[in-house]
Design a binder for this molecule. Structure first.
Ligand SMILES: NC(=O)c1ccc[n+]([C@@H]2O[C@H](COP(=O)([O-])OP(=O)(O)OC[C@H]3O[C@@H](n4cnc5c(N)ncnc54)[C@H](OP(=O)(O)O)[C@@H]3O)[C@@H](O)[C@H]2O)c1
Length: 279
């Protein structure tokens, strides 16, 4: 029986088992998908003994994504550019390989939910400069010629990302983020603000064109305060759950040999585990 897992610390919150077990059942595959809570100091040893633990591969979540990249014998272009891996697999010789499917997940979902997003796009605004922002920037830069603004509370982190992706990304002061929305046809929140238990994202959408697509990668709650505010003024919105579902596709195919589909039924299955809307 083929077995994969998600490795994190903590890992209890991970929705990956919900997704992969759904597909295993749907496609009638004799496989399993577990959760493994592994401390940072134990991660290298755990991954080094992945086969002994009975696994052919794994998803990797916080705080192990950078370590996963460094432990792999090979990594794909996305993982190298993003500086982190979220998908691991062993080959027939027992060698470990790594990929990062977050950019693929974000862009595939954006294309599916707002196919017009790149039509005549002049500029996009990305908020946040953490690990997720790096994946989103990597995906965006490959997909559009538009100018990309990046604003982050800690400007130095935005500068570091802009340097990595130079000359495509222009840093905007966090305080100037509202005014800079005037030319943007796409706004993406990659900060953790708006998540259950966190403050809402502090943003004034007044300057944002009404046809601009607003995407949030936070998926719990599904409708973040940003998405609620954007929908209220008529902007098309894209929630963060689609990214999570689509990023799981390449790993499942790699481990279990079937390219799975992201369907409304899968989405409903995962939505049932989320808070419906921001309090
Ligand atoms: N949908 C998906 O599949 C998916 C995938 C990955 C991540 N995510 C979500 O994306 C979010 C970010 O993840 P990450 O890994 O990039 O986290 P991270 O590396 O910790 O980055 C967090 C970001 O949020 C900003 N931030 C935090 N508190 C803030 C505040 N009070 N005011 C302004 N900015 C604040 C940080 O700014 P500073 O630099 O100033 O601290 C930083 O830019 C999380 O909610 C995560 O669950 C979703």
């Amino acid at each position: 029986m083929a077995k994969a897992c998600v490795i994190g610390w903590p890992v209890e919150h991970s929705r990956s088992p919900l997704i992969h077990r759904y597909w295993l059942a749907q496609y009638g595959i004799d496989g399993a998908y577990d959760k493994e809570a592994v401390r940072p100091e134990d991660f290298a040893a755990f991954v080094g003994a992945l086969a002994e633990h009975g696994y052919i591969g794994a998803n990797v979540t916080l705080p192990h994504k950078e370590a996963a990249l460094h432990l792999a014998r090979t990594a794909d272009e996305a993982a190298i550019a993003i500086g982190a891996a979220n998908t691991l697999w062993l080959d027939a010789d027992g060698h470990l390989h790594a990929s990062n499917t977050d950019a693929y997940g974000f862009m595939t979902n954006l294309d599916a939910e707002a196919p017009q997003w790149n039509e005549g796009l002049g500029a996009a605004m990305v908020l946040g400069a953490g690990g997720a922002a790096r994946a989103v920037l990597y995906g965006l830069i490959k997909a559009t010629e538009a100018k990309i603004f990046l604003a982050n509370r800690t400007r130095a982190r935005a500068e570091a990302l802009a340097h990595l992706f130079r000359p495509r990304v222009e840093v905007v002061d966090w305080e100037a983020r509202n005014a800079a929305l005037g030319t943007c046809g796409l706004l993406i929140n990659t900060t953790s603000l708006g998540m259950t238990g966190q403050a809402p994202l502090d943003i004034d959408l007044t300057a944002l064109p009404q046809d601009a697509v607003v995407a949030d990668i936070v998926y719990n709650p599904l409708l973040t305060p940003l998405l609620v505010a954007a929908a209220k003024r008529g902007n098309p919105t894209v929630d963060g759950l689609g990214m999570l579902l689509h990023q799981a596709v390449p790993g499942f195919e790699r481990w279990f040999g079937v390219r799975p589909e992201v369907t409304p039924a899968l989405r409903a299955h995962v939505v049932a585990s989320l808070s419906p809307e921001a309090a």
